[in-house]
Design a protein around this ligand. Structure first.
Ligand SMILES: [Zn+2]
Length: 249
C-alpha cells in the first residue's frame, strides 16, 4: 500500500527488505553484501537495449488465451532474472469474467493480475509472467509473484467449479515447475495473506486442501507452454505510472 513507481524505483532499503522476505531476517545482513549486484540488475533492465522482446499474443501457459491488460496496470520487467518468482497469489474477481477483463484493460483501474480463470475453466492471460502485475497491493509481493484471478465471489461457494479448480491447478502446477516454487501453503497463498492487504479473497469457500492436492496431481508431462519472451516486441510502454500499491480484486 502506498508504494508506487514514482516513489523512487527501488532504493537499497527496498532491496534489503525484499531479500529479507526471501531468505529470512537472519540473512538481512548478508543481503547487504550483494546490494551492488542487485542495484546493477535493476539498472540493467531499465536500459532499453536490455529489454527482452515480447511476442504479440504469446502466452506462458499453453492453453491460455491472450487478452492484454492496459500497460498502466503492470510494469515491464525481466523476471525471473531481475526479480525471482517464488509465490503464486490466488484471487477472486468479485464480479464476472467480463467485468474483470474490462477493469484490467482500463488504464484508470491501476491494477490487474497475470491470469483469470473462468467458471468454465478457460484460462485467459492478460500480463506476461516476465512483467510485474499490480495485483497484490504490495510492491515486493507483486515483484515476487504470479497473480491468478478466479471468476466469482468470495461469499458464493458455487463460484468455484470443478472445471475452475482443475484448470487453475494445471496453471499453478506449471508456474511452480517453471520457477521451482514448492507446492505448499507457504508459497501458494491467498490475496488475504499478502502483508498489508485489506482484501479477503479467495475467502472461506476456497478449498485449499483440494486445490493443493490437484496442483500436486498434475502430471509432469502436461503441455509445455511457449515462453512469452521471444519474437517481435509488442511496443507497449508501461514502465512508469502509479498503481503499484493498488490491488486487483
Ligand atoms: Zn485479490
Amino acid at each position: 500500500m502506498g508504494e508506487n513507481e514514482s516513489a523512487g524505483g527501488g532504493g537499497p532499503e527496498r532491496s534489503v527488505r525484499r531479500r529479507a522476505l526471501l531468505v529470512g531476517g537472519a540473512a538481512a545482513v548478508a543481503g547487504a553484501a550483494v546490494l551492488g549486484h542487485d542495484a546493477l540488475s535493476r539498472l540493467r533492465w531499465k536500459l532499453p537495449g536490455a529489454r527482452r522482446p515480447r511476442a504479440a499474443g504469446a502466452v506462458d501457459f499453453g492453453s491460455a488465451r491472450w487478452v492484454g491488460a492496459s500497460p498502466a496496470n503492470y510494469r515491464e520487467a525481466d523476471r525471473p532474472d531481475d526479480y525471482p518468482i517464488d509465490r503464486v497469489v490466488v484471487h477472486v474477481t468479485q464480479g464476472s469474467f467480463t467485468s474483470a477483463v474490462k477493469a484490467f484493460q482500463d488504464p484508470g483501474h491501476g491494477a490487474a493480475a497475470h491470469y483469470i480463470v473462468r467458471r468454465d475453466g478457460r484460462v485467459t492471460q492478460m500480463i506476461r509472467e516476465l512483467d510485474v502485475a499490480f495485483h497484490a497491493g504490495n510492491r515486493a509481493w507483486n515483484e515476487r509473484s504470479v497473480g491468478v484471478e478466479h471468476e466469482g465471489f468470495v461469499d458464493d461457494a458455487s463460484s468455484f467449479t470443478d472445471a475452475m479448480y482443475a484448470a487453475s491447478a494445471r496453471l499453478t502446477a506449471q508456474i511452480c515447475r517453471r520457477y521451482g516454487i514448492p507446492v505448499d501453503r507457504k508459497h501458494i497463498v491467498g490475496h488475504v495473506e499478502v502483508p498489508g492487504t485489506d482484501h479477503t479473497d479467495p475467502g472461506p469457500h476456497w478449498d485449499w486442501i483440494r486445490y493443493l492436492r490437484l496442483v500436486r496431481a498434475v502430471p509432469p508431462d502436461s503441455p509445455t507452454p511457449s515462453p512469452s519472451g521471444s519474437g517481435a516486441p509488442s511496443g507497449s510502454g508501461g514502465a512508469t505510472g502509479p498503481g503499484e500499491g493498488r490491488q486487483a480484486p
